[in-house]
Design a protein around this ligand. Structure first.
Ligand code: 3PG
Ligand code: MG
Length: 399
């Protein structure tokens, strides 16, 4: 990779210098309490932040959280993240209540060597996500003023052409952080010549979100296992009735064409867990994939499917998994996701989990994270990488 990384910056010496770090601290929050439900993305950026602190830099961290509409919105404040980051770093994190305003300026000015500041949510500012180059550029100018160097460690956001990702690196000496470096190393191994058999497991709710990656992966993989909400559009394309399951009617023909072209590489569920309602306590049964009752909806893959997927995975030398197999947040419909995750950890393949949801599933199901070779912090970003797209955040680091 022709990208400079954190070690290059550290070798130049950062003591007493202000270093602006773009992190992806977009963590899930509990809707009721506002508490952080999974801090994986905060922990993922600690190696970079820790190294900068150790080297005596004045570390200015910025991130987005959720999708506020270009203006302050308290439910998307990064304040709770500052608290958690401080606990994990075991050092105070000075929180600025705005992103580039008075509070940010005073907070950054007051930083001593080896101290850390976190700016308020980047997306409280219109310029961050603007499609207008001038508006984005003006915001990037303000952000860039907080650093003498820029580190991108926000892998989950490298597919966004946003000011903090794409325009700030054009204004400052820039390097990839430890997380971005590791993510790109791992994903480039999958995108290059993965050891075979290469088995990909895809889940999640919508085929339309995954269509591009399916198209790109089909020629590369030996097996593509499909579960999650999107399997029902494929089952429909095979001519099965899917009851009231999630269905993208306008994608049925596309799925049929993919199946026809896949030369048997695509494996679909042979049984599903079908329920009366989308509810944790809904009545449910395992039924054959071609026998979903008309009043029921599939909320998980069934045990026979898990067994079939496990057999395919046990042969693999390389595995990529993105997207849950069912509604894993509800214990009654978590067995498919758990079963597939366990099967992946049992192979001796090189295993990569891609995506916010799948990574959160691994942790919330209490699975051992060390059973996977790599858990990517990027959902959209890892898929777009595997599609072979140019990612604005990576391209900006290459220049
Ligand atoms: C994510 O959660 O996928 C990343 O943080 C990017 O967020 P976004 O999809 O809102 O741009
Ligand atoms: Mg996303």
């Amino acid at each position: 990779m022709s990208i400079r990384n954190l070690d290059d910056l550290l070798a130049e010496g950062v003591s007493g210098r202000r270093v602006l770090v773009r992190a992806d601290l977009n963590v899930p929050l509990d809707k009721q309490t506002g508490e952080i439900t999974d801090d994986g993305r905060i922990r993922a950026v600690l190696p970079t932040l820790g190294a900068l602190v150790q080297a005596g830099a004045k570390v200015v961290v910025c991130s987005h959280l959720g999708r506020p509409k270009g203006a302050p919105d308290p439910q998307y404040s990064l304040r709770p993240v500052a608290g958690r980051l401080g606990e994990l770093l075991d050092a105070p994190v000075h929180f600025a209540t705005d992103t580039v305003g008075e509070s940010a300026r005073t907070t950054v000015d007051a930083l001593a060597d080896g101290q850390v500041a976190l700016l308020e949510n980047l997306r409280f500012n219109k310029g961050e996500t603007s499609k207008d180059d001038t508006e984005r550029g003006a915001f990037a100018d303000q952000l860039a003023a907080f650093g003498e160097a820029y580190v991108d460690d926000a892998f989950g956001a490298v597919h966004r052409k946003h000011a903090s990702v794409h325009d700030v690196p054009a204004r400052l000496p820039h390097v990839a952080g430890r997380l971005v470096l590791r993510e790109v190393e791992v994903l480039s191994r999958l995108a290059g010549e993965p050891e075979r058999p290469y088995v990909v497991v895809l889940g999640g709710s919508k085929v339309s979100d995954k269509l591009a990656v399916i198209e790109a992966l089909l020629p590369k993989v030996d097996r593509l296992l499909i579960g999650g909400g999107m399997c029902f559009t494929f089952l429909k394309a095979q001519g099965h009735e899917v009851g009231t399951s999630l269905l993208e009617q306008e994608m049925v023909e596309t799925c049929g064409n993919l199946l026809a072209r896949a030369e048997g590489k695509i494996l679909l569920p042979v049984d599903v867990v079908a329920a009366d309602a989308f509810a944790p306590d809904a009545a449910h049964d395992t039924v054959p994939a071609d026998g979903i009752p008309s009043h029921r909806l599939g909320l998980d893959i069934g045990p026979e499917t898990v067994a079939g997927f496990t057999a395919a995975l046990s042969q693999a030398k390389t595995v990529f998994w993105n997207g849950p197999m069912g509604v894993f947040e509800m214990p009654a419909f978590a067995n498919g996701t758990r079963g597939v995750a366990e099967a992946i950890t049992k192979t001796d393949a090189f295993t990569v989990v891609g995506g916010g949801d799948s990574a959160a599933a691994v942790r919330s199901l209490g699975l051992d994270e060390s059973g996977f070779n790599h858990i990517s912090t990027g959902g959209g970003a890892s898929l777009e990488y595997l599609e072979g797209k140019t990612l604005p955040g990576i391209a900006a680091l290459e220049n």
